[in-house]
Design a protein around this ligand. Structure first.
Ligand code: NAD
Length: 332
């Protein structure tokens, strides 16, 4: 019997299918996020599952879950930085995630971002929609992807998929990772962090977020990047320093950015606004730059991903309840 927090209509379709196919299980859903106010809803369940961008940082949540006999938080996401592992250990719980629900989904979104930026669709659409200007201005001239160097920081599941796609399009692909995987050498050339920063026409981030990696891309890196380069972040917001990014765009140290994630995204993702003045200040500034595109943490958001998130997370719930080792245990 599992309680799935943060349920959305499109996930619910696959939850209902699971219940149909597994009559012995009882998956119950709620729209609420898991926090100190909603944790009591979990009483009477064997396990909870979440998919949220908000940190679960109140000790009370873990203390209460443990007092209800719950031993597992099943994340329906790749990222697990929302969980406080000190409390997980203190209350003898485990965390599972869904690291491989669809690396291609994020990789294809990265490809879309790169082409959108490279072909200057931001300024083109801005001219057309805002100013009814259909002139093919000189500053709208593009480059072709096979002449570009694509730099990947973090060549894991998603990063290697990104490498394979850009390699197939004829781009030169370079990458930096703490661990080099020889299988990726068919698609990219491994090098060091600084070389990737300095040589990329398109720089794309695909690492997890660890505390030491906050502001990995900040003033120093923006100054080193080509002033024609584009930054893509579909990994985690705090990898990029917002203040320095805005300064770099204003000073034309880089040419543009695609941000699927951003520090402060909790204030805007899944919300509607009436006027730009209601947005957080960082977003107000960036939203007025046609060479910047935001997507609402939707890089993963495909039918395949949503289905796999439910199926993979619930498979691990069953394994744990049956005394087996989960497939995707997060070890911190
Ligand atoms: P992964 O674990 O397969 O790959 C991450 C890679 O980063 C690994 O190869 C690891 O060695 C490397 N790495 C770790 N620290 C590094 C460092 N300091 N410098 C360089 N490389 C480092 O993870 P993945 O499935 O490829 O996902 C990558 C990230 O993408 C996730 O952690 C998550 O934050 C993000 N993500 C975003 C979305 C979205 O919708 N925007 C969806 C899924 C995942």
């Amino acid at each position: 019997k599992a309680l799935l927090y943060n349920m959305t209509p499109e996930q619910k379709v696959y939850v209902d299918k699971w219940n149909e196919n597994h009559p012995e299980d009882d998956l119950v859903t709620t729209d609420d996020k898991l926090d100190a106010k909603t944790v009591e809803m979990a009483k009477g369940y064997d396990v909870v599952s979440v998919l949220q961008v908000f940190d679960i940082d109140e000790e009370e949540v873990y203390r209460k879950l443990s007092s209800y006999g719950i031993k597992q938080i099943a994340l329906r996401s790749v990222g697990y930085n929302i969980v406080n592992f000190d409390f997980i250990h203190k209350y003898h719980m485990i965390v599972t995630n869904t690291p491989a629900y669809s690396p291609r989904a994020v990789a294809e979104n990265t490809l879309t971002s790169a082409m959108y930026l490279l072909r200057k669709w931001g300024p083109i659409l801005n001219n057309e929609k805002e100013h009814l200007n259909f002139v093919r201005e000189e500053n709208l001239m593009s480059d072709e992807i096979y002449n570009q160097t694509v730099g990947i920081i973090g060549v894991g599941r998603i990063g290697s998929c990104v490498a394979e796609m850009f390699h197939a399009l004829g781009a030169k692909v370079i990458g930096y990772d703490l661990v080099e995987n020889p299988a990726n050498e068919a698609f990219l050339e491994y090098t060091d962090f600084d070389t990737v920063i300095k040589n990329s026409d398109i720089l794309t981030l695909h690492t997890p977020l660890e505390p030491s990696m906050e502001d990995m891309i900040s003033a120093k890196q923006f100054k080193e990047m080509k002033n024609t380069a584009y930054l893509i972040n579909a990994a985690r917001g705090p990898l990029v320093n917002n203040h320095d990014l805005i300064a770099a765009l204003k000073n034309k140290e880089i040419a543009g950015a695609s941000l699927d994630v951003m520090t402060g995204e909790e204030a805007i993702v899944m919300k509607k606004f009436n006027d730009i003045s209601e947005l957080p200040v960082d977003y107000q500034e960036l939203a007025q730059m046609p060479n910047v595109v935001f997507t609402p943490h939707s890089a993963y958001y495909t039918k395949t991903s949503v289905k796999n998130m439910i199926e993979q997370s619930m498979t691990d719930v069953k394994r744990v309840l049956n005394g087996q080792k989960p497939i995707y245990l997060v070890e911190e």
